[in-house]
Design a protein around this ligand. Structure first.
Ligand code: TYD
Length: 212
């Protein structure tokens, strides 16, 4: 079954698109698992707290990368690989491309180091499709801040980074999509949720993962 990953800056609408797709798959009686990184397991959720909290000792960039990879290894072995074996569709909010975008692109860790750790953590399990929701840094910041206003939450450690950091992250996502275009779908996240869902469903039909 397909393993689909959703990527993009924070505030680009990954969650809404994932929920919409989940609804479509459930209407078609396709067994689906929705999960996320960092997290997706109880150990991963504890690691998530460690990485994203704003108080306390900030991890060095290499520590940060290793924490994301530790969460990922647990997630692949205990959640993603078993679900795919059971022929369940897996929809994952972020995966290896986020480590390349944030830790290599944003933090400046050499990309080959990140790729090697991605490969180790995933045991070579790559997504069938990575959906990139692309949006300008300014617009994604605006959406993030308005969501935080509504929910009464505050920015986590990564969200608190500068626009320059997030611009490097965005460019890394776009470069990755260009390099592996056959396995990526780039969507313009400024489009309406209905258009984004239609574009995604069209792509799934084109790949013959869905008939209707
Ligand atoms: P996410 O769950 O998308 O954040 P939120 O729930 O606030 O929308 O991701 C958490 C943050 O972790 C996000 O800012 C991106 C970052 N991240 C990395 O830096 N590297 C990684 O490998 C992953 C998976 C996420």
């Amino acid at each position: 079954m397909p393993f689909i990953v959703f990527e993009g800056l924070d505030g680009t609408g990954k969650s809404s698109l994932m929920s919409a797709l989940e609804g479509e798959l459930s209407q078609r009686q396709r067994p689906t698992l929705r999960t996320r990184e960092p997290g997706g397991t109880s150990l991963g959720d504890e690691i998530r707290q460690l990485i994203l909290r704003t108080g306390g000792e900030a991890p060095a960039p290499r520590t940060e990368l290793l924490l994301y990879e530790a969460s990922r290894a647990q997630h692949v072995d205990s959640v993603i690989a078993p679900a795919l074996k059971k022929k369940i569709w897996v929809l994952c909010d972020r995966y290896t491309a986020s480590s390349i975008a944030f830790q290599a692109g944003g933090r400046g860790i050499p990309v080959d180091r990140v790729e090697a750790l991605n490969d180790f953590a995933t045991n070579g399990l790559t997504p069938d499709l990575t959906v990139l929701l692309d949006l300008t840094v300014g617009e994604s910041r605006r959406r993030r801040q308005s969501r935080q206003g509504v929910q009464g939450t505050s920015a986590d450690r990564i969200e608190s980074e500068t626009d320059t950091f997030h611009e490097k992250v965005r460019q890394s996502f776009l470069q990755q999509a260009e390099k592996s275009w056959g396995n990526w779908l780039v969507l313009d996240a400024s489009n309406s949720p209905a258009v984004l869902l239609q574009d995604l469903l069209d792509e799934l039909r084109r790949r013959q993962w869905l008939d209707t």
